[in-house]
Write a protein that binds this ligand. Structure first.
Ligand code: ATP
Ligand code: MG
Length: 941
């Protein structure tokens, strides 16, 4: 550690390579070290008393050097540094949810060429050092509003160094800190945001006199004031970033150190081998950068060259293969540019991670394939490829989809892909020089971790990477243990809704960039959460907002999210229907009986154990799907030896008497379930009106899928099925078979939880969600399987709900605020994780027999339910469920509907006279109410 070198006027000599200097030039940098051993004191002192500046930051940028130096060796003291920890080369147009705020823009030092190219807006603002805290602090102490009138509320912030109080003559400062002076009291915080000292009762006159260089005692600690911090820098949290971003800085310093390790070798005086190698490098771009429509990557700026072009290769344009560019959508071109800049460390110095969080179906796979292909063949320095081996980790059902996409876009010759399965082990990949891309499932990765660690991967892509949001799970720790620096997370779900999970994902792609978890909690999470509470004071609200803005700004450099709208124009119309199906007579009788059971009554009195309500909910959901499922469960339980003591006994007591005496679940009928009746009619009308079109039929339960499968058999519909039991090796084959125009399958039976994510089921143009999940994300995932690129037909989506039952309640929960509060981003969350109050349980356990649609009743809609065409969209309030707050108010088209949005949909009762939709017309008999919404409407559908 540098700061251990505490001695007076220590001169540190570093020879720095520079690409643009003559080969015999050597640059000698003397770092003037101060006496004190505190981190902040160990560097040159360009302005007053700077904080600790890591080597990567403390060396001048090559531009500055070139300007200052002639070819002679020259000694100089390190000047003010412009090589920021963050070097946002951010495209304001693509900065996903977080257009830089004024504050953000202030803190950004845009790279020259990038600024020219993209950041027109930002470039008009003053470019400031993000860590200008000390240097640019105003001479006068900044105080909060109202200080003159009320000295008690006066607030000042100072950067300090501190150590425990001691009488020793030669003290060692232990760390940097922030001193907050409020009224007559002091708080001392370390750079992790923790309070480490407090004091009170000081005289106001003393406080006014605090100035740089002053030493004082606070709560058993001695401090020396190093400078003033502006309220802006405190509120944004920037003044802590030496703690927060410290490791990021260190990392770039490490990168820099690499360059420093053998300076002579690096200064364009290449060994003969390297010379030879160099001469073999193609110094021409692989593709013509001037060709019309060419997609050329950003050229590295001088800082980048100085850090990464050790061998002084000529800078060559990196141009995306025109073969790919031909197919790329505009948002995909932007996405590739973004990914390239991230993994090349051009957006955040020395950081090579990215999160591509585009909504489902936007072609994240193609964007990554384009990146891999580019980096595998090209590089900005002498054309030398950046990546040799890439590791792609993905859910099991998508392993072959990735391979297929590679083949779709690049053919089989260009790039050799190895997919791991039962018969193809990682060793095969390791031994063969032939393959450059390894695709493996998360499960297999864990099993083959040791072999994987033996391979040096240059690029790591984690598909559906939101599963890494928990840092303690094995998969995350396994992936963290891989040494690969260039890491990309792909996810279709928003990542910023939960601040803890957000941290884990960020820390995975760019380790340490937000500092330690404890620092992050203190500096960002706590103030942000406090500010969102209704009881928050104005001050807390402002602080939280500013911290959120800063966090957004920091992370927005390497997170990109675009919404579905960007591809809407390429997609056919989508007709979405929520269909409220009347329950059958047997269903109603059983439902009543269940609600009257002792188990439900006890639940409502809070008398049963925590999980009892889940059993009741489960039974009601089964009943809504089909009574025979409930029958089957009871029979199964009865045969179990523990039946007599089980809680279910209280629930199922007397239920068998409601079933007809000769009830046989295998001989179930469609009439017994309202939804099944509707489904059966729906399948028939699709078959009749659109004989060439296919249906994806989704349920969350394998047993329900069995029933649906039986219905297919009875009606003679050809079907295929994918659920949790389907071997991974067969999944892609099943998907391909269904998508093929030659397939005779009419129906694809899909278990949404088992295989919903990432699948392309564009062979189907009708999707029926037979049951509803607590988590809207599960349903959204499923619905996104058919309305995606490549779909040729208008897409019809039907969500079936049983009128007046728990299914409506779950739907309401999905679309109301409550439903959004926790579950929205998390596919793994189930009802087990949802807490219910007794009031909520009462509502869940009520059957509304006389309502056509309880959901409509709740909408507060003036219409009488007669073909209402929806309110004007302008009235729609913008609502967003995001802990990072209002800075990201951009529409998320795939986020669950809100109640008010649902009100915009056309809605009408089943017996409405003028149903224009021929499909709805045919099923209306069993339907009490419809909601319908059409996206991308053309003429006929
Ligand atoms: N530019 C394009 N032109 C035509 N088809 C495309 C294009 N880009 C992507 N596609 C196709 O769109 C479909 C969806 O792409 P992909 O599976 O990569 O989406 P995704 O963003 O990964 O979605 P999810 O989050 O659901 O996994 C694929 O079939 C893909 O081949
Ligand atoms: Mg995908």
């Amino acid at each position: 550690m540098l700061w251990r070198w505490g001695c007076r006027c220590l001169l540190r000599v570093v020879l720095v390579p520079g690409p643009s200097l003559p080969s015999d030039s050597r640059r000698l940098i003397l770092l003037n070290m101060r006496r004190s051993a505190a981190p902040s004191q160990l560097q040159g002192n360009p302005f007053k008393k700077p904080k600790f500046i890591s080597p990567a930051r403390s060396h001048p940028s090559p531009n500055e050097e070139v300007a200052k130096l002639n070819s002679d060796i020259k000694l100089f003291e390190v000047a003010a540094n412009k090589n920021n920890f963050l070097q946002p080369q951010n495209d304001p147009r693509t900065c996903n949810f977080n257009l830089p705020t004024k504050e953000c823009a202030k803190g950004i030092n845009h790279g020259d060429n990038y600024r020219e190219k993209y950041c027109l807006e930002a470039s008009t603002k003053t470019t400031l050092d993000l860590h200008h805290t000390v240097h640019s602090a105003p001479k006068e102490i900044t105080v909060s509003k109202g200080q003159e009138e009320k000295p008690d509320s006066l607030v000042k912030y100072f950067s300090v160094v501190w150590c425990k109080a001691s009488k020793k003559k030669h003290k060692k400062w232990e760390g940097d800190g922030v001193l907050i002076v409020k009224g007559k009291s002091f708080t001392l915080k370390d750079l992790e945001g923790k309070d480490i000292g407090r004091g009170t009762g000081y005289k106001l006159k003393e406080l006014e006199k605090i100035e740089e260089g002053q030493t004082m005692m606070i709560g058993g600690k001695e401090i020396e004031v190093m400078g003033i911090i502006s309220p802006d820098d405190f509120n944004s949290g920037r003044c802590f970033q030496f703690g927060g971003g410290c490791s990021a800085i260190l990392s770039s310093s490490q990168a820099a150190k690499k360059c420093f390790s053998n300076p002579f070798k690096s200064v364009c005086k290449l060994s003969s081998k390297e010379n030879k190698q160099n001469s073999f490098q193609s110094c021409k771009p692989r593709h013509d950068p001037y060709a019309p429509n060419s997609l050329v990557m950003l050229r590295p700026d001088k800082n980048h060259q100085w850090l990464f072009n050790k061998n002084c290769f000529p800078v060559v344009d990196v141009v995306i293969d025109p073969h790919l560019v031909y197919y790329l959508r505009p948002h995909q071109k932007e996405g590739i540019t973004f990914l390239y800049e991230c993994v090349m460390g051009m957006r955040v110095n020395g950081r090579c991670g990215a999160i591509l969080a585009d909504e489902m179906g936007l072609g994240k796979t193609l964007q990554c394939i384009s990146l891999i292909w580019t980096l595998q063949c090209q590089g900005p320095y002498g054309g030398k490829p950046i990546v040799k081996k890439t590791l792609i980790v993905t859910p099991g059902s998508l392993v072959n989809n990735w391979k297929k996409e590679f083949q779709k876009w690049l053919g089989i010759e260009r790039i050799k892909i190895f997919t791991v399965d039962q018969d193809h082990k990682v060793e095969e990949f390791t031994k063969s020089p032939f393959y450059s891309v390894l695709i493996i499932s998360y499960e297999m990765l864990l099993r083959s971790l040791d072999q994987i660690k033996n391979v040096k991967f240059d690029l790591l892509i984690c598909d559906e990477g939101h599963r890494l949001k928990n840092s303690t799970i094995k998969t995350t720790t396994a992936l963290i243990s891989l040494s690969c620096e260039k890491r990309i997370i792909l996810t279709g779900t928003p990542v910023q809704n939960d601040l803890q999970e957000f941290f884990t994902l960020i820390d995975f792609v760019n380790p340490g960039i937000l500092g330690s978890l404890s620092a992050y909690r203190k500096i960002y999470e706590e103030p942000i959460i406090i500010s969102r509470q209704p009881s928050a004071s104005e001050e807390e609200r402002e602080l939280g907002e500013q911290r959120a803005a800063e966090l957004t700004c920091l992370t927005g450099l390497f997170i990109l999210r675009r919404t579905q709208e960007v591809i809407n124009q390429y997609l056919p119309p989508k007709i979405e229907n929520v269909v409220f199906c009347r329950p059958g007579a047997l269903q109603i009788a059983l439902y009543r009986k269940l609600l009257n059971s002792q188990a439900v009554r006890f639940c409502l009195q809070g008398l049963l154990e925590n999980t009892s309500h889940l059993i009741c909910i489960g039974a009601l959901k089964k009943l809504c799907n089909h009574p025979c499922l409930l029958f089957g469960s009871i029979k199964e339980k009865e045969s179990n030896s523990t039946w007599d003591e089980s809680e279910e006994r209280n629930l199922y007591e007397g239920l068998m008497n409601v079933f007809p005496a000769d009830y046989n679940p295998i001989m179930f009928t469609e009439e017994e379930s309202g939804k099944l009746q509707v489904l059966s009619k729906l399948l028939a009308v699709i078959r009749e009106l659109r004989p060439a079109e296919k249906v994806v039929l989704v349920s969350n339960y394998t047993r329900t899928l069995d029933i649906l499968q039986e219905v297919c058999k009875r009606h003679g519909y050809a079907y295929t099925r994918l659920d949790g039991q389907t071997p991974i090796s067969q999944r892609q084959q099943i998907v391909d078979g269904f998508n093929s125009k030659y397939s005779s399958d009419f129906i694809f039976l899909l278990s949404s939880k088992a295989g919903g994510v990432g699948l392309n089921l564009i062979g189907g143009s009708h999707l029926i969600l037979y049951d509803i999940d607590w988590n809207p994300a599960t349903d959204i995932q499923a619905m996104s399987r058919v309305w995606r690129d490549g779909q040729k037909h208008p897409v019809h989506i039907y969500r079936l709900l049983t009128t007046g039952t728990i299914e409506e309640k779950i739907y309401q929960r999905q679309i109301s605020k409550q439903g959004l509060s926790g579950a929205v981003v998390d596919l793994s969350k189930t009802s087990d994780h949802i807490q219910f109050s007794v009031e909520e349980l009462k509502n869940l356990f009520t059957l509304h027999e006389s309502s056509h649609c309880v959901t409509h009743d709740l909408l507060d809609c003036e219409c009488t339910g007669e073909n209402h065409t929806g309110d004007s969209l302008e009235k729609l309030p913008v609502s967003r469920n995001c802990q990072l707050g209002p800075h990201q108010q951009k529409s998320d088209s795939l986020k669950p509907l809100s109640m008010s949005q649902l009100k915009q949909w056309r809605h009408f009762p089943g017996d409405h006279l003028n149903l224009t939709d021929p499909f709805l017309e045919r099923i209306r008999e069993n339907v009490s109410f419809f909601f319908q919404n059409i996206t991308n409407q053309t003429t006929a559908i």
